[in-house]
Write a protein that binds this ligand. Sequence first.
Ligand code: 6PG
Length: 234
Amino acid sequence: MSARDTELPVELLVLPDPEAAAAAVAALLAGAAQAREHIALAGGSTPRRAYELAAAQQPDWGGAHVWLSDERCVPPEDERSNLRLVRESLLAALEVQPTVHPVAVELGPEQAAAAYSAELTGAELGLALLGLGPDGHTASLFPGSPALDEHERLAVATAPGLAPWVERVTLTLSALAAARHVVFLAVGDEKAEAAYHAFSCPPSAATPASLVRSARGRSTAVLDRAAAAGLPKR
Ligand code: 6PG
């Protein structure tokens, strides 16, 4: 079931509000870009502000590589595309572009996942940024998904567990565990219950984010006070 049975620590970084949480993640992204790292970026809506701030803080992403932690299988110009989110909020504002590794969604989910897994093989992720769904999913690893039992491939195709109801390609637990720094960003009271299960309960397939930790580096949950409301004070 899980890629690990032992408890791997996750440091909690609780900020007063969403803007402060975005700024904290932006600083981590800017540092990874300056270090010319391979960086996997989250989709959804929360990270948009962090990407805008990261581009303002560090406009030179030359030598860095940008991957997607997951992608919706829609055309790149579709508003549901995670690549479109990254293009609009980060890449468009940069003075020097990174090497971008889009998911080849035109191949269809299974072939796109196989191609992404092959392309990622050998790349060492310095930072993997992830969001958190209200159901405890992260990337496109949804509760109870067969993808949670995949320990060989670095990317797989998955069915959606929440809207948008389109097929996905997601990095697997193995790919994410190999990142030197796993960073979660979650804000708002609608994420509080998921954050409690993800960051202060034992690992469980019912909360995929609880299964995602760096196996060889650091894991950090960047939260605002609302999302951290259910967490014990450390
Ligand atoms: C996706 C994301 C997904 C997202 C969470 C949180 O493709 O949907 O990768 O894992 O991070 O669903 O989404 P919000 O930031 O929109 O709340």
